[in-house]
Design a protein around this ligand. Structure first.
Ligand SMILES: [Cu+2]
Length: 421
């Protein structure tokens, strides 16, 4: 709309004029992404405060109206379900770990003003997907490797504007300055951390011209699609769940000379990847798990592992681009927002869709999370005992006889241990 373009023009002038970030990090808080409990913190927050998790999903197949057709939209993935991005509530003065799963595989015309990452820790964002991650097997043998060397992904302060699919850009309500700008590349998971010091009103917009019929109408000017409100307030965060983000990449170099590739689970935290060979989790705590699966492959070989066990409610919530089919609210001529539709809670995931499982062996009661192809899976579980347990994928996705070798028996690929403290 006209007002929106007006703000964008003002913002461009301000940014080009060199007025910087609206976020001021406390020195002690700036260390939060790598060491949230670092000693010497002078802030008022408890040193045990974890980053607040803001997880966003962008899907493309949402019907807007007859003119625009299907439009992309941002959603908030929270409490194991999909919510509108029209009103996003965030805590003041707490590190916010932003994770974005972008299902959009295309770029959109974007002013180069929005190439720069603004307002995040070190003004950086980390970008991952199946082709950007290039981890490889340590000491591959015929049946097992001794582990995984995690490499790949991009950590950057800048994304070329021809490679931007969307942006998540937060503006101040009062100054209309850019407070946070995260350029988002096609078909990726991105992660970064930022802090908003000032409680109050903000708004967010995508600054890539992804709307129809021209770049800045349709989704671009409708709350819950490519714009919305951000309310920042002081919040008590004592009951935050512990967050476990996993990325599943199907095709990592195993044996360079043989040209062999295998799938792997990789842990995503603090904007960095780490091996899933050893995963540490707190006991007696809600573990909110988001699994970003880049594998398009199915089905499951052992049908029983299609059943969800050991999670809260005995279910998982999962979605992919084609499963989310939200529509506009209001009239098509005067859209007012979004009606969120899609994603699925399931106690059994259809066998044909399952490409891996994340299964923690707890004696008689396993936690079993079946993972549909190309999906984002969100679920929560508790482990009410301490100790060291094993996790494994129970879909035969490795090499060798029956697919049970290679990744399936190699720590950090399709198996590992879970240390519960
Ligand atoms: Cu697997």
């Amino acid at each position: 709309m006209n007002e929106r373009i007006f703000y964008a023009a003002i913002t461009a002038i301000i940014v080009l004029g060199g007025i910087g970030i609206g976020v001021a990090y406390h020195d002690s808080v700036a260390a939060a992404p790598s060491s949230p409990s670092s000693p010497g913190s002078s802030s008022t927050q408890a040193t045990t405060v974890q980053p607040y998790q803001l997880t966003l999903v962008i899907t493309t197949q949402n019907y807007f109206n007859a003119t625009a057709g299907q439009q992309p939209a941002f959603f908030v993935l929270q409490n194991n379900t999909l919510l509108s991005s029209e009103n996003i509530k965030l805590p003041a003065n707490v590190p916010i770990q932003l994770t974005i799963r972008n299902y959009d595989d295309g770029a959109a015309a974007t002013n180069s003003t929005y190439s720069k990452v603004v307002g995040t820790y070190n003004d950086q964002v980390s970008v991952y997907n199946e082709t950007l991650i290039q981890s490889y097997a340590i000491d591959p043998t015929s049946t097992a490797a001794s582990g995984i060397a995690i490499t790949g992904g991009i950590t950057t302060t800048y994304v070329d504007n021809n490679s931007i699919s969307h942006t998540f850009t937060i503006f101040s309500n009062t100054t209309h300055n850019v407070v946070v700008n995260v350029p988002i590349m096609a078909s990726t998971v991105e992660q970064t951390t930022f802090i908003l010091n000032q409680p109050g009103g903000y708004y967010w917009q995508c600054e890539a011209g992804c709307g129809d019929p021209n770049g800045f109408t349709g989704a671009m000017s409708t709350p819950g699609w490519m714009t919305g409100y951000v309310n920042v307030a002081n919040m008590s965060l004592s009951k935050q769940p512990y967050n476990l983000n996993l990325i599943v990449v199907p095709h990592q170099p195993w044996n360079a000379s043989a040209g062999e590739h295998q799938p792997a689970f990789i842990v995503l935290s603090n904007g960095a990847l780490s091996s899933s060979a050893n995963i540490s989790l707190p006991a007696n705590t809600e573990i909110e798990t988001n699994i970003f699966n880049f594998d398009t492959w199915g089905p499951l070989a052992q049908d029983s592992y299609a059943n969800v066990t050991g999670t809260v409610g005995g279910k998982v919530f999962y979605l992919n681009d084609s499963m989310v089919n939200s529509t506009v609210t209001g009239s098509q001529a005067n859209p007012t927002g979004i009606s969120v539709s899609g994603g699925q809670w399931a106690s059994t995931v259809p066998v044909a869709q399952v490409s891996h499982t994340f299964t923690i062996a707890l004696g008689s009661s396993n936690i079993n999370i079946p993972i549909a192809d190309s999906s984002t899976v969100s679920t929560s579980f508790y482990i009410n005992q301490t100790g060291t347990f094993s996790w494994a994928c129970w879909d035969a996705c490795g090499s060798g006889t029956n697919g049970m070798e290679g990744a399936m028996v190699s720590p950090g690929w399709m198996t590992g241990s879970v240390y519960v403290y």
